[in-house]
Design a binder for this molecule. Structure first.
Ligand code: PLP
Length: 421
């Protein structure tokens, strides 16, 4: 397979598109139309969101599911309901979407970054231990890409230091750890239903928990501070309207019927692709950890070591795209390097603490290396295809490796981008 790279005028490995996302059909149409015609479009009037909450909580073996407008709000309400107070520290990974840390700030608490493990891309328990101070109140692990974090170690740390654990399960619908659903292992699990997610209604989120008191607070926070049995215009705590609408509930109920088989397909294909790629020098797919009994593969993520592979990441990504494989570099820098952290642009939050914090001193070299040089993401819908789709992805990587010298020459000849344009 030393045929010329598509980037250099050769024939692409793949010319057909991969499975597109979202996947929908008659069940979504039926529920949406029924909701439309019922005239019951709000969560307080119709059956869809309430039904979805019951189904989602059951799926997680939890007593409570509280649907909200998105997965950022679910994190924030979870932190508030857990009793996180102004200035409390919450340990988060630096390799995650902005919201994992921004929700902490919007709860008036302080995100403290602990580095990730270079194999699993999840929070490194040793780094978490090192980040604990007398002000630490919670750990917010992300099940990154859909692989559950090392919950055994993280829960042991939490027990020892009496910390709350909120699992950011935005990537982990249907994933499991030692056969237990991701999101059900800590005090709370938070999920997102934003467009790219493995379970989606365009937007949306949910919190699941077995803690009755936390659930009651979340439900009140989700509904303008109202309480059961209270009057409509009676508000017991500061909050807002974070209720999910019935159209989204309708879509989620239909999508949920598809989730189990889609998750099995993604997991099967993800493991197959990881095995196919394993022999290529410099390609390091996310390592499957022993506790992972179901990986939901929101992303297929790998590290490309440019020295071992022989080509810088940017050129590999260009070459992959040209071969017909959609891909991206993922996050460009660790969260603490975001301008928001660098400039402490925290708005009205953390007014006192913000003067003491200096995120430029945060040291997370693994996350930095993956962001700057090594991370490669393939989206979840690629894994909904056939085994031969996986073989084509692996063929593209192999073809690029075999043509690495030509690719390096091509990259060397390209003019650096003009910063004025
Ligand atoms: C890890 C992680 N946490 C939280 C969120 C926030 O979810 P939402 O976009 O629904 O607010 C996302 C969404 O992209 C995410 O990837």
């Amino acid at each position: 397979m030393s045929s010329r790279l598509a980037l250099l005028g050769g024939t692409p490995v793949r010319s057909r598109p991969f499975t597109s996302w979202p996947i929908f059909g008659k069940p979504e149409e039926k529920r949406l139309l029924r909701t439309l015609r019922s005239g019951k479009w709000g969560r307080l009037d119709g059956p869809e969101v309430a039904l979805f909450e019951r189904r989602f909580e059951r799926m997680h073996g939890c007593r409570h599911g509280i649907a909200v407008v998105n997965g950022t709000v679910s994190l924030r309400l979870g932190l508030l309901a857990a009793g996180i107070r102004a200035g409390d520290e919450v340990i988060v990974p630096p390799y995650t979407f902005f919201s994992t840390a921004s929700a902490v700030i919007e709860a008036n608490a302080v995100p403290v970054f602990a580095d990730i493990d270079p194999g699993s891309f999840n929070l490194d328990p040793a780094a978490v231990r090192a980040a604990i101070t007398p002000r630490t109140r919670a750990i917010l692990p992300v099940h990154f890409a859909g692989q559950p974090a090392d919950m055994h170690a993280l829960l042991a740390i939490a027990r020892r230091h009496k910390l709350i654990v909120i699992e950011d399960s935005a990537h982990a619908h249907g994933a499991s750890y030692k056969k237990r659903p991701a999101g059900s292992l800590g005090h709370m699990g938070s999920f997102s239903f934003q467009s790219s997610k493995n379970l989606t209604a365009g937007e949306g989120g949910i919190l699941v928990t077995n803690d009755d008191a936390i659930a009651a607070t979340c439900r009140s926070l989700q509904n303008c501070g109202r309480v059961p049995g209270g009057l409509w215009y009676e508000h017991h705590r500061i909050s807002g309207n974070y209720r999910l609408g019935e159209f989204q509930g309708a879509v989620l109920n239909a999508q949920l019927d598809r989730l189990k088989s889609q998750t099995k397909t993604r997991d099967r294909n993800g493991q197959y692709l990881a095995a196919l790629l394993a022999g290529i020098p410099g390609i390091h797919p996310q390592q499957r950890t022993p506790g992972c009994t179901r990986h939901s593969y929101h992303l297929f993520m790998l590290r490309l070591d440019p020295r071992q592979f022989g080509v810088p990441r940017a050129a590999v990504l260009k070459a992959l795209e040209a071969e017909g494989i959609p891909c991206s570099a993922g996050y460009g820098f660790s969260l603490h390097h975001q301008p928001m952290f660098r400039n402490k642009a925290f708005g009205p939050y953390l007014p006192e603490q913000s003067t003491k914090l200096d995120y430029s001193k945060t040291h997370c070299p693994v996350s930095d290396l993956i962001c700057r040089e090594q991370g490669i993401w393939l989206g979840q819908s690629l894994l909904l295809g056939s085994r031969s789709d996986m073989e084509q992805i692996a063929d593209a990587f192999e073809k690029i490796f075999e043509n690495r010298e030509a690719l390096v020459r091509w990259a060397g000849k390209r003019k650096p981008p003009d910063p004025s344009k």
